[in-house]
Write a protein that binds this ligand. Structure first.
Ligand code: ADP
Ligand code: MG
Length: 138
């Protein structure tokens, strides 16, 4: 599935819809360049799960857990990861919560076999606020 968004509110709304539909144990890989909207998507996703806390990039912690929604959310941002043994990911990936992983391509070797892969891209010919969001079940 591919959807086009024309501003951050639309990306957030799409994330919210996916959060409303999220299933226990789902692992969502979120890829795309810096500033493309991965965190905006995540904020919508968290809202869709009913999480009422502010969600930002867990830059210094690699993973941030949110427990106030319909399912636990594990928000990873592995951009600055040094060694994959730094993170305790197994309880997140193989439990009943939902994992959302920014920059998942950096930890490909530890990802579960089945993931939902979301790729966000800009296309400056379509405008500064345009994003193409591709969703694939793998
Ligand atoms: P990332 O987490 O991928 O580094 P962020 O979500 O932190 O990116 O930031 C995305 C930036 O792009 C925000 O400043 C947001 O306002 C802007 N933006 C502009 N258009 C869009 C869009 N269509 N979807 C998402 N973000 C957008
Ligand atoms: Mg981010």
């Amino acid at each position: 599935m591919v959807i086009d968004t024309w501003g951050p509110e639309e990306t957030r709304a799409f994330g919210k819809k996916m959060g409303q539909e999220a299933r226990p144990g789902q692992v969502i890989c979120l890829n795309g360049d810096l500033g493309v909207g991965k965190t905006i998507f995540t904020q919508g996703f968290a809202e869709g799960l009913g999480i009422d806390e502010p969600v930002n990039s867990p830059t210094f912690t690699i993973v941030q857990q949110y427990d106030t929604g319909r399912l636990p959310l594990y928000h990873f941002d592995v951009y600055r990861i040094g060694d994959i043994s730094e993170i305790g990911y197994e309880d997140c990936f193989y439990g009943d919560g939902v994992s959302l992983i920014e920059w998942s391509q950096l930890i490909e070797e530890i990802l579960p076999e089945h993931v939902t892969e979301i790729t966000i891209e800009k296309d400056l010919e379509k405008g500064f606020d345009y994003r193409k969001i591709r969703v694939e079940e793998k």
